[in-house]
Design a protein around this ligand. Sequence first.
Ligand SMILES: Cc1cc2nc3c(=O)[nH]c(=O)nc-3n(C[C@H](O)[C@H](O)[C@H](O)COP(=O)(O)O)c2cc1C
Length: 226
Amino acid sequence: MTKGKIFVLCLFLATVGFMVEAQDTIALPSPRYDSEMSVEQALNSRKTVRQFKAEAIELGELSQLLWAAGGGMFDGVTSATRTYPSAGGIYPLGIYVVAGWVAEVDSGIYQYLWKDHALKRVKSGDFRQPLASVALRQGFIAQAPVIFIITANYRRTEGKYGQRGRDRYVPLDAGHASQNLHLQAAALNLATATVGAFSDGGVNRILNLDDEEPILIIPVGRPLDE
Ligand SMILES: Cc1cc2nc3c(=O)[nH]c(=O)nc-3n(C[C@H](O)[C@H](O)[C@H](O)COP(=O)(O)O)c2cc1C
């Protein structure tokens, strides 16, 4: 093979590699740092909703929800690095998205990369129904256009704080992150539910989790009663 042909072949392989990479990672639009709704109004409107409109979630809404749940802070004044507090600054949580009906996003399971504010594809396909099945068949979960799953690598916090880290700090971290998500959803006039009743093994299998465990499932959509 001539040098010219080898060069063209390398260029072709690099382009294909870039395209595969580009499809597997979705850059999210930048989040907004202000809103028409006050924190008080969001607190006053948050409630568990178990019926959702058959309507897609916009990519901008998904971006905003992910940022609120666990994105980076862009405020040099407070020196905080994420949108929620974490014991010892360890941040053992992961955020996964089970996308069923999100504009510009193929159905699939994605991991949130908070440093890049991007989504990385884990699997393709609609996994909402299988997820509802392993959550005690709570059918409303599969009706939500998008479902968030908060996971944790317990060992990271346990390594520093032992049993107290496992029993208290990790669930507290998850509570902080999930409340951010609920309030942000309320501010966007979106509806959420919290689901803690599920088979850990079932969710592990769906998400291909390795060194993490699922903590909460949070279906999100537009409320049916609007
Ligand atoms: C840790 C936790 C686990 C929950 N698990 C479920 C669940 O599996 N299914 C469900 O329908 N609701 C679940 N909920 C929602 C509660 O039932 C709901 O938050 C409570 O009834 C209060 O209602 P509100 O959220 O509208 O204020 C859970 C809530 C929490 C905090």
